[in-house]
Design a protein around this ligand. Sequence first.
Ligand code: XIL
Length: 355
Amino acid sequence: MTKCTANRLTRRSALQFGGALALSGLAPSMAAIAGSRIPFGAAVLLEPFRNDPQLKRMLLDHVDVIVPMNVLKWDGIRHSKKFFDFSGADELVDFAVQNGKRLHGHTLLWYNANPQWLDAITSPKRLERVLVEHIEEVVGRYAGRIGSWDVVNEVVAHDPLNQGKWRTSVWYNVLGPKHVDIAFSTAARTDPTARLYINDYDLEDDSLRTKARQEAILKIVHRLQRKNIPVHGVGLQAHLYAERKIGRENLARFIDQLHRLGLDVAVTEMDIIDWKLPADKAIRDAAVAAKTREFLSALTASTTPRAISTWGLNDRYSWIGDVFPRDDQARARPLPFDRDWNAKPMFDAIREFTA
Ligand code: XIL
């Protein structure tokens, strides 16, 4: 296809064309067809950001969107119930702003990474007050700098088929479903220009559990919209298991449902869980790149994600080896760069969609 033809394609025909090609296995990215470019993002850990000079270089050279990995979580900011400690977050935000990078905020509400004093709250009135105050303070501080937020993270149960729709957390246990309403309405009121996401994992295959998780997300979006509370998109974390197939049709259906509701999609935390892959590095890296391509070509056949972000850049600073250890003790290789900052095949796969 020539460039000239590509430029004349409307978005809709590009979508259909992309879809047709995708089905034929020749999927170019939607963005390539439409002539736009999908921003590439990466989550950043504070410690290597401070101590590994190469990380800053790579961010400057390759990354459009910086996602503070841990420092915006409650236990990053609220170790003391009396103070807000923005020191770590400010370091990353200042670097991003000074270097013309966009920022995505992670996260305003999670069941995990909460300081002990927060998890101990049992009064609904008090918990609501604390949540509202936190979001006003954090979103207010970074308004105009952090352009989008994972307002709520992982509020859907791991397995809604057996556990009910909602994730058990201090938020749900004390406030019930309205914890999500409070979070979104406070974020929207505090920074009306920010794009507000509901972020979650295991939304990419076609198992019954994943379908139930997608259904739960859609219900939460419906709930917010019924109450006229702004919600702009769904973040697909995309912690992808190398051994699981992407549910192409199911993913397309889910995205179509989100589009009908006026929502967009972002890839927020992509990495490839390589614990079951063969030990051989070349084979593993090829499989990781193949899974990246399988996912991104399925995704871009039905949408142009707002960004494609990986959960870190360098295998050395990934959480995957800790949480999904390999039987043979070999180190995990889930990210676009190896431990010495050599680009891996996964990086080339991502660039096909973002460059
Ligand atoms: C992880 C970080 O990568 C680790 O450094 C930290 O110790 C625990 O949290 N889903 C999320 C992220 O939304 O916040 C998690 O990040 C990974 C899973």
